[in-house]
Write a protein that binds this ligand. Structure first.
Ligand code: ZN
Length: 326
């Protein structure tokens, strides 16, 4: 199986949209054909990076990709070809039906047994966990906010598409008649909804907000919920790893080898001086307590500062070092 787009771009699947964009720009520059003429390996990488960015580079494409991934996880990948309902539901967005059917992670979502039979017994319907509940599926979505917004709390307008009860039959044709034109007998239609999301102060990266009954509506039962996962954009040079903020600090090669000091700017905007021990390697880390988001830890990762251009004396000094065997 091909590498997933997040992996190709070197970001985690819960990275903010902005982080994905930055990672893409950096890699695209690095592997651009203009910079790597006649290098087939670089060209292949460049194409993979482009394709990955097309898959998750815009909010809509990313939502679609994540939703498809959740489905594949449930069906073991490539499970269905064509319409699992065996036709007859023309004009209905299959992805919507499936997302309605399956719901989010572990959600007691879904259409009832009449529909699950359409899958030919291929699926363990999540509804079997709650045989009595007929409920629309939950919707999962990510929401990007800044570190500052997360610290102070904020309100964000949020738009998403969801199944609403059919405006003509109000769900009554579901499972009974396919003749209701707006819904083709599914009892529901896809529509856009906009709402205001209240983010409480000191929200953490990955925190999930549950908005009751803002998920998919069910033609006969209760609506599902909208589950919004907060993604805190840590800005250039920072990323999240398992709930911790990691910040790259570029250090001149001489400081790595000989030791020294570097100054960094923390997420809170403070300037802090850090000791770099002699013999520090690229990728070495240090944890700074209290300098991360909301006073949490900040992990510093040392990277190599690449000089733009060497001066004459630097070049001479490096040549001497080379001749000495370093
Ligand atoms: Zn209808």
């Amino acid at each position: 199986m091909a590498e997933g787009p997040y992996r190709v771009l070197g970001v985690s699947s819960d990275a903010s949209d902005a982080e994905i964009k930055r990672a893409y720009r950096k890699l695209a520059r690095q592997y651009h054909p203009d910079r790597n003429p006649d290098d087939a390996a670089a060209e292949e990488r460049f194409k993979a990076i482009q394709a990955a960015y097309e898959a998750v580079g815009s909010a809509e494409a990313r939502r679609e990709h994540d939703q498809r991934r959740r489905m594949e996880d449930m069906f073991g990948g490539g499970g269905f070809q064509g319409n699992p309902f065996g036709g007859g539901f023309g004009g209905v967005d299959l992805g919507d039906i499936l997302s309605q059917f399956m719901g989010g992670r572990g959600a007691p979502g879904g259409f009832d047994a009449r529909f699950s039979q359409g899958f030919g017994g291929q699926t363990q319907s999540p509804a079997t966990e709650h045989p009595q509940s007929t409920r629309g599926a939950d919707i999962e979505a990510g929401l990007d906010i800044t570190l500052e917004q997360a610290s102070q709390g904020t309100e964000v307008r949020f738009s998403h598409r969801r199944m609403r009860r059919c405006e003509k039959c109000n769900g009554s044709s579901f499972g009974r008649s396919r003749r209701c034109a707006p819904c083709s007998g599914t009892g529901v239609q896809t529509k856009g909804s906009t709402l205001t999301v209240k983010v409480p102060p000191n929200a953490d990266h990955g925190h999930q907000l549950r908005l009751k009954e803002m998920g998919h509506e069910h033609p006969e039962g209760e609506p599902g919920d909208l589950l919004i996962t907060l993604r805190l954009d840590a800005q250039e040079g920072r990323r999240w790893e398992e709930g911790r903020l990691v910040q790259e600090v570029s250090v001149p090669v001489t400081t790595l080898l000989l030791g020294g000091k570097v100054r960094i700017s923390t997420p809170a905007g403070k300037r802090v001086q850090i000791d770099v021990p002699e013999g520090t390697r690229i990728g070495d880390r240090r944890r700074l307590q209290g300098h991360g988001h909301s006073g949490g830890p900040l992990d510093i990762e040392f990277t190599l500062a690449e000089p733009e251009e060497l001066s004459e004396s630097q070049r001479r000094a490096l040549e001497e070092l080379r001749d000495s065997g370093l």
